[in-house]
Design a protein around this ligand. Structure first.
Ligand code: BT5
Length: 275
């Protein structure tokens, strides 16, 4: 394998001075950055701890699905939030989805600013470019022994590899595919984390990301297929409610979808690939 462009020293240098980041740990290979950070959180790691790996042997998506990426090709990192109940709009902090929202919007901001490309969001946690999956977010909320909540957000982004032939549930792409040349991972991760810091500061000040996130969803206004356990819904996604649940208009009214996989009906993703 070619020598990685990231290292403990490089990461520390890149993230020095970025507000919110309190410590950054680089791992050449690990199981899952979410699992490592959850362990650190239990041991008292401060808010703003970041763990990044060049390779994961047990990278996870939602529902224990796998996140797969060849070593050194991607951005695979997790960030720790410790929401305080003293903050103004406490209710907003209780939903794990709000952290997914600010982090998705941050990736979108960074892609526009650093690379000049549009990134969409596929409800609830996928990042897309040109209708293909570019990355995903896994947000996990836990409670410490003392009862305090903490949130670990894991971000996986395909950067310098071509996943178009990979056997995933949904067609995939990468930043380098989107721009036609290799992308500097360090510069990109810094831009994403800076934007997360800004958006988290806004959240703490009581600004909800909900409507901006809704506007960024590829899904709205489109005919969608929603896969629920034992049920498949087909309808038009008309918006999200105050909790971020997807509202799908069907023949017999509007259904509220809290969890589930959503596919655009005309996206051409092969359902036969689903596990
Ligand atoms: C996600 O789950 O999309 C969230 C992925 C989060 C990964 C990050 S990496 C850093 C941190 N540490 C972790 O262990 N996880 C986080 P979900 O919506 O459930 O999508 C999972 C599905 O995406 C899989 O079942 C595959 O079909 C597909 N997939 C797997 N790897 C992919 C890739 N590199 N690019 C595109 N699709 C992929």
């Amino acid at each position: 394998m070619a020598e990685s462009d990231l290292s403990q020293q490089a990461l520390a240098r890149l993230l020095a001075g970025v507000p919110f980041v309190t410590q950054a740990l680089y791992l050449q290979a690990t199981t899952s950055t979410n699992d490592v950070l959850k362990g650190m959180a239990r041991e008292g790691a401060p808010e703003g701890t970041l763990v990044l790996a060049d390779e994961q042997t047990a990278g996870r998506g939602r529902l224990n699905r796998k996140w797969l990426a060849p070593a050194g090709t991607s951005l695979l990192f997790s960030l720790l939030f410790r929401p305080s109940s003293a903050w103004p709009n406490d209710a907003a902090f209780r939903s794990p989805l709000v952290y997914t929202m600010i982090c998705s919007l941050a990736v979108r901001d960074a892609a526009r600013r650093v690379l000049g490309i549009p990134v969409g969001i596929k409800w609830p946690n996928d990042l897309t470019h040109d209708g293909r999956k570019l990355g995903g977010i896994l947000t996990e909320i836990s409670t410490d022994a003392e009862g305090a909540r903490h949130v670990v957000v894991g971000i996986g982004l395909n950067v310098n590899w071509d996943p178009s032939d990979a056997e995933f549930d949904y067609p995939a792409t990468s930043l380098s595919n989107a721009v036609g040349h290799p992308v500097a991972r360090g510069e990109f991760v810094r831009a994403v984390v800076e934007r997360i810091a800004d958006r988290y500061a806004d959240l703490r000040a009581g600004v909800s990301p909900l409507r901006e996130w809704e506007a960024a969803l590829d899904t709205i206004g489109r005919e969608v297929v929603v896969e629920l356990p034992g049920e498949r819904l087909i309808g038009v996604a008309v918006g999200v409610d105050a909790d971020g649940a997807l509202l799908v208009r069907m023949g017999d009214g509007v259904r509220r979808v809290v969890a589930g996989d959503v596919r655009l009906r005309d996206a051409g993703a092969a359902p036969s690939r689903r596990r």
